[in-house]
Write a protein that binds this ligand. Structure first.
Ligand code: ADP
Length: 420
């Protein structure tokens, strides 16, 4: 439908020349703006094929660069990019470069999908961006001070650079808006929820939604009939309980700090530790926040790295703290899976996704170790295999164990198309 609208616009007299219809191949741009980085993917609207992707890193630093292209076409361009506006400008310039043959005009971009981390209670689904949507995203800044501002900068930059293109916001939190108060409230004075909107929101929603939909298709059953536990285990880690296609509980909370132990984040700890650290070390609450977000998790325990590959290598070399970090990491996932298994009254499948969930047979092995009596039977051989969507459980496992590679960008593009 959008193709027709664009073609009609081009036929209007002010556009002059009658276009060659074959040249109007519309694309959808997906943008994920981080604090100092920006990732993008360009999709063909009809085939949903990724025709280009790239990453801008170190925005604001002297050695910023744009890495773009697929496979053999991948190349890195060192560019001084002082801010997100410059980064998006550089991305668009590259897309327009005739040498790349990706788009001949910015009009070829039918729409832009932005990943936005926090939509608060405003959004239970993705939304076409207008002034009201922007106002709501701004209101959620106190809930995601590191994440929502760069997303807004990306949105504003696109509004300036491609002013007539539809933009859609896809929120990390929206999938979890289906949680009931019994799951999303904290046992704090209720007024804190009414006045401050202090509650569990959950994150990685686009990933949990994508893998739960794919898992239903993989299992050949309607999502409405399934109870799934989806585990997004990457640098950030979260687990969700998904019943009938809806999130009923998730491990991240008001912020992405709660829940599983992560690469640099501690996950759930005794909340009294915060006060204890402030008093014992004479540090501010911001410093404790920094310690819990950036210096804890795999990095904090191993003292080696937040990257599980480095931690495993060190553990293999006999580094005891790295071995301990791995064991704590696996146990923290196992605890939450167990919690949701009870909360859902059992599960049809446990789904592993993201960098660690998809790639680390070691961690998967540790997480599912000893769970066969509960009906979660890992197949040691299948667990070692690599590939796309796959079973890692034995044929007779009552609870299926799956690896489903996540694809948040594809989910964003599908949302954009459905909103168009
Ligand atoms: P992010 O949360 O930043 O999107 P990813 O989902 O890309 O993170 O996951 C990144 C993490 O995945 C890395 O830090 C690394 O620990 C882990 N990882 C990736 N490949 C492997 C592998 N083959 N074995 C173990 N860990 C891996």
């Amino acid at each position: 439908m959008f193709v027709l609208v664009q073609v009609q616009l081009l036929f209007q007299p002010e556009h002059g020349v009658r276009p060659n219809l074959k040249e109007v191949i519309l694309k959808i741009l997906v943008i994920n703006s981080g604090s100092s980085s920006l990732k993008y993917q360009l999709f063909d609207q009809d085939s949903l094929e990724v025709v280009d992707k790239g990453l801008v890193e170190k925005i604001g630093l002297a050695d910023s660069f744009l890495k773009r292209g697929i496979g053999d076409n991948e190349r890195e361009l060192k560019l001084p990019l002082p801010d997100h506006f410059a980064a998006i400008q550089a991305v668009l310039d590259n897309l327009l470069d005739p040498a790349n043959g990706l788009i001949s005009s910015l009009d070829d971009i039918a729409a832009i999908g932005h990943r936005v981390v926090h939509g608060g209670e405003y959004f239970s689904a993705s939304a076409v961006i207008n002034d009201e949507v922007i106002r709501c995203i701004e209101e959620c800044i106190p809930l995601a001070p590191l994440h929502n501002p760069p997303a807004l900068t990306g949105i504003h930059a696109c509004s300036q650079l491609i002013p007539n293109t539809v933009q859609v916001a896809v929120f990390d939190t929206s999938f979890h808006q289906s949680m009931a108060p019994v799951s999303y409230l904290y046992p704090l004075p209720y007024e804190l929820y009414s006045t401050l909107k202090l509650r569990r929101y959950g994150f990685h929603g686009t990933s949990h939604r994508y893998v739960s939909q794919r898992a239903a298709e993989f299992l050949g059953k309607p999502a409405a009939d399934l109870k799934l536990i989806t585990c997004h285990i990457g640098n950030g880690c979260s687990v969700a309980a998904v019943k009938g296609g809806k999130s009923v509980d998730t491990s991240m909370g008001l912020t992405p700090l709660e829940g599983m132990m992560m690469g640099t984040r501690c996950g759930s700890i005794d909340p009294a530790i915060i006060n204890f650290l402030m008093r014992s070390l004479s540090i501010s609450s911001d410093e404790v926040d920094n310690l819990m977000n950036k210096k804890s998790g795999l990095l904090g325990i191993s003292g080696i790295s937040n990257d599980l590959r480095d931690v495993i290598a060190a553990a293999d070399d006999g580094n005891e703290r790295s071995q301990l970090a791995m064991e704590m990491y696996a146990l923290s996932a196992k605890r939450i899976i167990g919690q949701y298994f009870f909360e859902l009254d059992g599960a049809d499948a446990v789904v592993m996704t993201a960098g660690v969930g998809e790639n680390s047979h070691e961690l998967r092995g540790m997480i599912f170790d000893g769970l066969a009596p509960l009906g979660l039977k890992l197949d040691a051989e299948l667990n070692l295999k690599r590939g796309g969507e796959r079973y890692i459980s034995t044929d007779d496992s009552p609870v299926k164990l799956l690896v489903i590679p996540t694809n948040e960008e594809l989910m964003i593009v599908k949302d954009v198309i459905s909103l168009l």
